[in-house]
Write a protein that binds this ligand. Structure first.
Ligand code: ZN
Ligand code: ZN
Length: 142
């Protein structure tokens, strides 16, 4: 937050700089600042980086479950479980997957809990599915 003191006679006086977090409320040059600007603390969507008004839609990614054999730690694709916060529009979560190169199972929907599916390859890719359908996954670029 940029606060500049303004003095019509002497011009603009820069505000004092503090090297510690300001308590709220606090005073700058005798002006009481009762709150921080909402924009400084707003939740931003991981998909479109817009500010989220109200409750964000949160997506968690489950741990990757070991399959047939133990992998070495070096070649296991890792994925941060989140939660990731988005607008309620599934397009925002899809945009986030697309940015990261994840695949999306088109037989699933964007839900609060997504399961990662490791797609073998070099490098392995990760697909995300809600795990609620029967049969094979149909992974497509998100
Ligand atoms: Zn968004
Ligand atoms: Zn699926």
């Amino acid at each position: 937050m940029e606060i500049t003191g303004s003095n019509p006679v002497g011009g603009t006086i820069p505000p004092p700089r503090v090297c510690y977090p300001s308590p709220v409320p606090f005073d700058i040059m005798g002006i009481r600042i009762p709150t921080l600007q909402q924009e400084n603390v707003a939740t931003r969507c991981r998909g479109c980086s817009g500010v989220i008004e109200g409750t964000p839609f949160r997506v968690n990614v489950m741990d990757i479950v070991a399959t047939e054999a133990a992998r070495s730690w070096a070649d296991t694709p890792t994925i941060n479980p989140g939660p990731y916060q988005f607008h309620a529009d599934p397009a925002c979560a899809r945009a986030w997957m697309r940015d990261r190169g994840y695949l999306f199972c088109r037989r699933s929907a964007v839900r609060e809990l997504m399961r990662p599916i490791v797609v073998p390859g070099a490098p392995p890719r990760i697909g995300l599915c809600d795990g609620l359908h029967r049969g094979d996954h149909e992974l497509v670029p998100a």
